[in-house]
Design a protein around this ligand. Sequence first.
Ligand SMILES: *Cc1c(COP(=O)(O)O)cnc(C)c1O
Length: 419
Amino acid sequence: MSTPPRGPRATDGASVVDRAEAMDGEDPLGGFVASFERVDGVNYLAGHSLGPPGTATAAALGSVVRDQWAKLGVQAWHDWADWPMAVGDVLAGAVLGAGPGQVVVADSTSVNLYKLASAALDARPHRRSVLGWEGDFSTDRYVLEGLAHQRGLDLRWVATSSEGGPERRDLVERIDTSVALVVLSHVDFRTSAVADLAGITAQAHAAGALVLWDLSHSVGAVTVDLDSCDVDLAVACTYKHLAGGPGAPALAYMRRDLQDQLRQPVWGWFGQSQQFHMGLGYEPKAGIGAFLSGTPSVLGLAGVKGAAELLAEAGLDRVVAKARGLCAYAIELADLLLGGLGVEVAGPRQADRRGAHLALRCPRSEWLCQALAERAGVIVDRRPPDLIRVGLSPLSTTYVQVHQGITAMAGLLADSLGS
Ligand SMILES: *Cc1c(COP(=O)(O)O)cnc(C)c1O
């Protein structure tokens, strides 16, 4: 893996911006920035929440409407029917470290989490506990609460570590042979801390539990090796760093050797082996296609397809190296320009232990977030009570954007403090 570009250390604002320009100039992925829509006067730093549209996306969606839907009508399903698996295979190879035939793209992350977790719980009927992470994204916790409620299971929570995210040693305390399933997010949506996917998976397996990882903030930002880490199940949304589009269908991964043992709970005609026989009696398709339930969102899949192909072209090693480079630079700038203004970096300080957003703890985060948008055209987001998240989506973000965003933050804060 190539190392992120490094120039002389920052000493003042001017040398820092020169360095940002130099790093953009040397960025091997610099050409991809032009593959995303940009709006004059707007510095979009929220790709961790909703990635910006690719410049080819509108045409790709238009082509589905004009060249397929309009011209071929219902016949176009001969092509579309395979898209959930075909797009899944592109993602598997490009960003998940997974071989083909293990990923589908359909439904939402919440629904996929429910389907996979249900399948896992059914496969361990005598184990009556589920282990989640107390700091996880709300929907993940709610899905587990619902499953525990429906099935009368004991729901246990792993604590958040001091740097963010769940830690292996806290898991060890909570896991035993009554645990059927462990559900965790790989990258902490708050602090961006990366969990030890390989180590935790091995630990859960040692206790006989299955593991389901939520990769929503990992996809297109950090290295993921599902196959070599022997991960059982995974889900992720496709609209964050991946930039598949608002409400784009989510991915679901099930390891190949589990596919004929685990059965998902929503039996529908798209998962049926003879879809058009329409007779009595459900027989699931062989393979990952059995994970489908109803008609997939074709327009949504068209957005994910283009985004996945762009990532495949860029290459995950280079994408991860750029994310780390942006992250290291953002941390250095934040320390230099915001440290004296009551703002501090949350989560781990090493770029290789973070996803692709910078989380800043800031007492007036609501005001700052709004002021940045209104007065400086800088779009970031916040998570209560006091975190501002600065998106560093590697394919669409430049070093100069990071410089401008953090400089604007420092300017607004300094003005408001009257300094
Ligand atoms: C963004 C995100 C989701 C979103 O779930 P949807 O069902 O797509 O709305 C779920 N989990 C995590 C960890 C996320 O970051």
